[in-house]
Design a protein around this ligand. Structure first.
Ligand SMILES: Cc1cc2nc3c(=O)[nH]c(=O)nc-3n(C[C@H](O)[C@H](O)[C@H](O)COP(=O)(O)OP(=O)(O)OC[C@H]3O[C@@H](n4cnc5c(N)ncnc54)[C@H](O)[C@@H]3O)c2cc1C
Length: 295
């Protein structure tokens, strides 16, 4: 039995992938690759499987049928530097191990995030958690200079508190969420796919999506066949509810998308007759748009 090694991933270890102003993702170590997934799966399916399925076919079968544990045989350890507001979203992914830089032991570096002008936009009218249309240039400039000034003031107060002898664990209360933290983060491939399916999604905040994109490149490097299956069946696949199946049947029978929604009970208008901007009907039409558009 030999330890699976991926030459491209070996070259990747220790390489800093910059994200945002001061952040990065580094692959510190990894264990396993596509071969480790296949090796684990063949324990369950026995010798006969090689004859009926090649490795790629087996991995795609596992992905399609949500036989998840073989994917957990691949592990990654990353060093990530990220703003605290991104870390708060990231840490919600419990199926992973984190060890964070301690601002109780160490002095926080003077590094904070200021989004580029194009990322400072109106509150989205469609997604309550998202951003939408561009803002006037003066609003963007004011926001960026306020953020810069407040962050610098906060760091000056933090430094003064440390000089005054205030404990580091208390002084850090002065630092806003734009400041950076860093951690080691270990996760298996299945849970990384879960993280990526949520954090590459357009509904996720832009900043964490940028980190997810870097993690995705590394996952693809280590386990290209599994990553391809993840893309095909999860990222680029479309889940259909029972109502949406009914609507698709109506479409196949020649109904318009709006009529199909009506048949399936997927609402497109509010009680007052105004068109809805979100909800099951709207999301079904979005799925149809995705199906119609090339990848
Ligand atoms: C676009 C977006 C918006 C969000 N908005 C909010 C928000 O407004 N407020 C907010 O609080 N959070 C929000 N979240 C965080 C979200 O609710 C999840 O906490 C986060 O995405 C982690 O997902 P997870 O629990 O599936 O992952 P993990 O914690 O990694 O868990 C992976 C899987 O393990 C299982 N699991 C893990 N722990 C348990 C458990 N204790 N019990 C049962 N099953 C478990 C579940 O099947 C889970 O899906 C948002 C996330 C996204 C992507």
């Amino acid at each position: 039995m030999t330890r699976p090694v991926v030459p491209e991933a070996e070259r990747e270890i220790g390489v800093k992938h910059p994200v945002l102003r001061h952040g990065y993702v580094v692959l510190v170590d990894y264990m396993g690759n596509d071969a480790a997934i296949v090796q684990a799966a063949r324990v369950s399916y026995g010798k006969g499987t090689r004859a009926v399925r090649d490795d790629r076919g087996l991995i795609r079968y596992l992905m399609r049928h949500r036989h998840t544990t073989p994917f957990e045989m691949v592990e990654f350890k990353f060093l990530v530097r990220l703003p605290i507001f991104v870390a708060r979203q990231w840490i919600r992914h419990r199926m992973s191990s984190t060890n964070e830089f301690s601002q109780r032991y160490s002095v926080a570096p003077d590094e904070f995030e200021v989004p580029p002008p194009e990322e400072i936009r109106h509150q989205s009218t469609r997604n309550r958690q998202g951003r939408g249309e561009p803002l006037a240039a003066e609003v963007v400039d004011r926001f960026r200079s306020d953020l810069d000034r407040i962050s610098k003031d906060a760091y000056a107060s933090y430094s003064r508190a440390l000089e005054d002898g205030v404990a580091r664990e208390t002084a850090r209360l002065l630092l806003p969420v734009a400041y950076y933290t860093q951690w080691y983060w270990k996760i298996d491939l299945w849970n990384l796919f879960h993280f990526l399916s949520l954090r590459l999604d357009p509904h996720a905040q832009e900043e964490i999506r940028l980190y997810a994109a870097e993690l995705a490149k590394i996952a693809r490097l280590v386990s290209p066949i599994a990553y391809e299956a993840f893309e095909d069946f999860s990222l680029s696949g479309i889940y259909l509810s029972r109502g949406e199946r009914v609507a698709i049947r109506a479409l196949l029978e020649g109904k318009t998308p709006e009529a199909a929604c009506e048949v399936a009970g997927l609402p497109l208008t509010r009680e007052d007759g105004k068109p809805m901007t979100s909800g099951e009907g709207v999301e079904f039409l979005e799925k149809l748009t995705r199906i119609r558009s090339p990848d």
